[in-house]
Ligand binder design. Structure first.
Ligand code: CUA
Length: 128
């Protein structure tokens, strides 16, 4: 495997001002947005030491695109049991797609050390 162990680095997806995350689309409207039949975009913000939103619900079998950025320092975005694995760099827009085949609950973890609260930085994905 590659030395990056599957972590996807930000590409040419775009840059924003990390100081303006809360007012910059699409991050001014975090959450689950249906964009087409059976297609959803999940917009998330990462900051020390939480994800916004903390919990999302998505349908099984749908095409999900995660769009994530950070307001402050480098965070991780890893959904246990999946290949969703991003490095979240302030001001860079990270994207990846995934389809959850079965209903269940998945833990979203920050897996980049980001400070004193790193170990409590997690969220939940509920697949229905
Ligand atoms: Cu955020 Cu570790």
């Amino acid at each position: 495997s590659s030395p990056l162990m599957g972590i996807q680095l930000p590409g040419a997806e775009g840059r924003i001002d990390p100081r303006q995350v809360e007012t910059t689309p699409p991050f001014n409207d975090p959450g689950v947005h249906q964009v087409a039949p059976n297609q959803y975009e999940v917009v998330m913000r990462a900051e020390a030491f939480l994800f916004t939103p903390r919990e999302i619900r998505v349908p099984a079998g749908a095409d999900i695109t995660f769009t994530v950025t950070s307001k402050d320092v480098i965070h991780g975005f890893y959904i246990e049991g999946t290949r969703v694995n991003l490095m979240i760099i302030p001001g860079q827009i990270a994207r990846t797609s995934y389809r959850f085949e079965k209903p269940g609950e998945y833990t979203l973890l920050c897996h980049e050390f980001c400070g004193a609260g790193h170990h409590v930085m997690f969220g939940k994905v509920i697949v229905e």
